[in-house]
Design a protein. Structure first.
Lengths: 484, 484
C-alpha cells in the first residue's frame, strides 16, 4: 500500500466533508445561534480542517505519482476514509451533548453514512435541526458515495480514480457509462441529485415542510431510513407515503438504468433481468402481503402498508409506517429474507443485491445438471450473455462470505448482549445489509439505545463491512495489504 | 436414464429389505405372537416380495448390460430406492395401527432411514418391540447406506457399483480404500458392524437390556436419534451416557479413518485436517459449554451434559439428556450453528460436513486476497494438497444450494404451519441436516405429532434431500434426467 497517497487522499476527502458540514451549520445557526450545536459544528469543522491541512502539507505528492494507485490503495483509501469520516462525523453529536457518549455518536453517524438508519435516539423529535439535518445528510452522501462525489466535483486525482470508484460503488460489475470515470461519477451524482430534487418537490407539494422534505429525501434516495419523526413515515399522509414508496423503488434500481432511461433507452430496462426480478418481486410480494393483511383485517390500508413496507425492506431503506412485528410470522420471515437480498447492483441499496442472489440460484441449480452430465459445459448466463468463470467464483465467494459474516455477527452479538436469538439474527443481517430495523428487541418500534457499547461497535463494523461489500474493510485486517 | 436397470436394481434392494425385515418380525413374534404387529410385518413382507419378484421377472437384464450404468442411473437408483424404501418401510407401522395414518408412518420411517430421528410418537415406551426395533434398524441401515450394504453382501451388480456407492455415501470426495468397490463397501460395513458390536457390549455391561442396547447402538452408530425411552438417553446412567457420547463421536468420524486406524496408520488421523477440526471443536465447545453451565448452575452434571449435547448435535444424532432450551440463548444458537455443520465427510453424520464448511471459509477468505492481488493464483489447500478448481466449485455450489434449500424449507414450513420463526428455521435445518430436534415447538422435549400432513411431507422431502446430499433427490425433478 502506498501510505503517503492513502493518507493524502483521505485528508482531501476529510477537508471536503468539513466544507459540506457548513450546510448543517447553516441550519443550526438559522435555528438558534446560541444553541450548543452551533459551537459543536464549528469546533468539528476547525478540528477537521486543521488535521487535514497538516496532513496534506506534510504529504505533498507530485501530480504524476497518482498513477501508481493500485487496487490495494483504492480499497484502503475507501475503507479507511469511511471509518475516518464516521469517527469525524460523530463529533458534532458528541460535542453538542445530544448523545450519552462518543460510542453512540459514532454508531449513529456510521449508521448514517452506511445508509443503515439504525438509531440510538429514543426521541428523535427532541433533536435540534442542525443535528437532524447532518444525520440525514450523511445518508445522502453515503448513498451514492462520498468519494464518488469527490471524484465528480473536484480535480486532481488524475486518471486513476477508477480504483476508488470500484471500491465504493456496490454491485457485481461496476459499469462505466462514460469512458472517463470522472464523467461517470458526474452522471451518477447528477441523476441522484435530479431524483432527489423531484422527490423534495413532490413531498413539499404534499404539505411537508422543506426541512422534513429534504431530510426524508436524503433518507429515501440513499435507502437510509433516518426520519425526523418518532413515528417515521407513519406520521405523514397517504400521499406522502406513496411518494416515498415510489422513490424508494427508484433508489433500489441500478443507477445505470436511470442513466439509460434518461437517454430514452427504454429497451435497456426491459432487457435487464435484474430489473425485471426486482420489479415483479416488489409487485407480487407486496400484492400478496396486501391480500393477506386485508383478509386478516390487520391493517386499515393493507395495500399501502404492504407496498410501503415490502419496498422499504427490499431496498434496505428501513422506513416504517406500521409495526410489522404484529403481522403473521410468515410475512415477518419474508421481510427478513428480503433483508438478505437487498436492492439491485449499482443502486444505493444494501444487501447481497438481487443480481448476486439470482446468479447464486442459477449456479446452484446448474450444479445439479453438472452432476448429472459431468462432461457438459454449462455456462451461467446473465442478460442472455454467459458470465466468465471468474465472476461466477466472485459471486459464490461473496455469498459464502456474507453467510459466514452473518453467523459470526449473530454469535458475537449474543455474546455481548442478553437478547433472544431472533433479535441477534436480525441485528446481524440488518447491520450487514444496512437496513436499520429487525425483529424482537430491534423491531420497527424499537431503537438501538439499549445495546451495550461493545455491541454498538460490533454492529458499526458490520454496517461498514456490508456497505463497502466486505473487501475494503476486511483487507485492513490482512497484514500483507499494509506492505508497500 | 436406463429405466429397466433402475427398476431392476431397486426391486433387488426391496427384496433384500424384505429379507432384513424378518429380524423385527422375529422380535415381534417372540414378544407376543398374537399382537397385530406380527401380522403387519408378515403382510408387509409378502407385499414387498410379490412386487419385487414381479418386477424382477419382467425386467430381466443380461449380466453384461450392467456396465451401461452411468452417473444418472446411479443417482436415480439411489434417490428412488430411498423413497421407495421409506414408503415401503412405513407399512408395518401403518398396518399395526400404532400411527394415526400413513403420513405419520412414512414420516417416522423416512426419519429413520435418513438418520434424522424426528419422531411423531408422543409415548415411545407404549410401542411394541417389533416396531421399536424396526425403527431403530432403519437408522442403522440408512447410516452406512442400504445400497452400500447390498453391494457388500450380494453379487451381481458387476463392476459398476461405484456409481451407486458414490451416490449414497456422503462427503466431499468419496475415497475408496480398495480398488474394487465391493471390497470398500465390505470394509466400511465391517468397521461399522464391529463398532456397533463394541457399543452393544459396553451398553450391556452398563446394565442395559439387550433390546435397548441394540436399538441405541443402531441410533448412535448411524447418528440417528431414535430412542426406546421417552426421556431419551436422560433415562440412563452416567456411564451409559458417556459410552454413547464416545460412540457418537466415532460415528461422526470419516470411516476411512477408522479403516486406517484399524491398519495401525495412526499418522493418517493426525494429518487429517478435518478430523483435527472435528476433534478440537468438539472438545473446546463442550468444555466451554460445561464451564458456562456450571457457572450458571444450570445443570447437576454440567460437563457430562455439555459433552453429550454438543457431540449429539454436532454429529447430527439428536439424542437428548437435558432440555437445552433452558440453556442461555448463546449456547442454543451455537447448537443451531453446529446443526448446519454436521459431522465429517464419509461419516454417518448429516449436515454440510466439516470439510465443506472448512473449505468454504478458506475460499471466502482467499477471495479477499484475490481482490487485493488480482493477478495472484491462490490455491485452496486441504490436507496440504491444493484441491482442483472443479472441487472448489462443487463445495461452493453445495453451500449455496444448502442455504437456499434451508430458506425455502423455512418459508414453506411457515406457510403450512402456524408456528413461530425459530421453530420453522430449526425445523428446516434439523430436517436437511438429519438432526431430529430443533428449538421452539420442536425442542428436545417436544415431538412432531403436531405438524400437519403437508408439513410432514415437506420435512420428509428435506430429510431425504439432505441425507443424499441433494443431487440424488433433486435430479428427479429434472425432466432431461428421465430421458434415455
Amino acid at each position: 500500500m502506498h501510505k503517503r497517497f492513502v493518507v493524502n487522499i483521505i485528508s482531501r476527502v476529510l477537508l471536503f466533508v468539513c466544507f459540506i458540514m457548513l450546510i448543517p451549520l447553516g441550519w443550526a445557526m438559522s435555528d438558534d445561534i446560541h444553541h450548543p450545536e452551533v459551537n459543536a459544528f464549528i469546533l468539528t469543522i476547525i478540528i477537521g480542517t486543521i488535521i487535514s491541512t497538516v496532513c496534506l502539507w506534510n504529504l505533498r505528492i507530485k501530480k504524476g505519482d497518482y498513477k501508481k494507485l493500485n487496487t490495494k490503495d483504492g480499497l484502503a483509501i475507501v475503507g479507511i476514509s469511511w471509518i475516518v469520516l464516521s469517527l469525524f462525523g460523530a463529533l458534532p453529536l458528541y460535542f453538542s451533548g445530544v448523545v450519552n457518549g462518543y460510542t453512540d455518536a459514532f454508531f449513529e453517524i456510521a449508521s448514517g453514512f452506511t445508509t443503515t438508519g439504525a438509531t440510538i435516539f429514543e426521541d428523535i423529535e427532541a433533536l435540534p435541526h442542525g443535528i437532524l439535518f447532518w444525520r440525514s445528510l450523511t445518508h445522502w452522501l453515503g448513498g451514492m458515495g462520498i468519494i464518488v462525489l469527490y471524484i465528480a466535483l473536484l480535480p486532481a486525482l488524475g486518471g486513476n480514480a477508477s480504483q476508488l470508484y470500484k471500491a465504493e460503488v456496490p454491485g457485481l460489475s461496476v459499469e462505466r457509462i462514460e469512458p472517463r470515470i470522472k464523467e461517470t461519477a458526474k452522471h451518477l451524482w447528477g441523476i441522484y441529485f435530479f431524483l432527489s430534487l423531484m422527490e423534495t418537490i413532490l413531498l413539499m407539494a404534499g404539505g411537508m415542510p422543506i426541512f422534513d422534505a429534504l431530510c426524508h429525501t436524503f433518507s429515501t434516495m440513499a435507502t437510509g431510513g433516518f426520519s425526523t419523526k418518532n413515528a417515521s413515515i407513519g406520521a405523514y399522509s397517504p400521499y406522502i407515503q406513496w411518494v416515498i414508496t415510489v422513490f424508494m423503488f427508484f433508489a433500489g434500481m441500478n443507477f445505470i438504468l436511470h442513466y439509460q432511461l434518461s437517454r430514452g433507452k427504454l429497451k435497456a430496462i426491459i432487457r435487464n433481468e435484474e430489473f425485471k426480478i426486482y420489479f415483479f418481486a416488489a409487485i407480487i410480494v407486496s400484492t400478496l402481503f396486501g391480500f393477506l393483511l386485508s383478509r386478516l383485517e390487520m391493517s386499515e390500508s393493507p395495500f399501502r402498508d404492504a407496498f410501503f413496507q415490502v419496498i422499504s425492506i427490499l431496498t434496505t431503506t428501513g422506513f416504517g409506517t406500521t409495526d410489522f412485528e404484529a403481522w403473521p410470522y410468515l410475512l415477518q420471515f419474508i421481510l427478513v429474507l428480503m433483508m438478505f437480498v437487498g436492492g439491485c447492483g449499482g443502486s444505493t441499496g444494501g444487501g447481497m443485491k438481487i443480481v448476486r442472489v439470482y446468479l447464486s440460484v442459477k449456479i446452484g441449480l446448474s450444479s445439479i445438471f453438472q452432476v448429472l452430465f459431468p462432461n457438459a459445459v454449462i455456462p451461467i448466463k446473465f442478460n442472455k450473455k454467459p458470465i466468465p468463470d471468474k465472476l461466477v467464483m466472485t459471486v459464490m465467494s461473496y455469498f459464502v462470505l456474507y453467510i459466514h459474516l452473518f453467523f459470526v455477527g449473530t454469535i458475537l452479538f449474543l455474546i455481548l448482549e442478553s437478547c433472544d436469538i431472533i433479535t441477534a439474527l436480525t441485528a446481524s443481517v440488518s447491520a450487514i445489509s444496512n437496513i436499520g430495523p429487525g425483529l424482537g428487541q430491534i423491531g420497527p418500534t424499537d431503537n438501538f439505545a439499549w445495546v451495550s457499547a461493545p455491541g454498538k461497535w460490533l454492529l458499526t463494523f458490520l454496517m461498514l463491512a456490508g456497505r463497502l461489500e466486505f473487501y475494503a474493510i476486511m483487507m485492513l485486517f490482512v497484514p500483507s495489504a499494509w506492505r508497500k
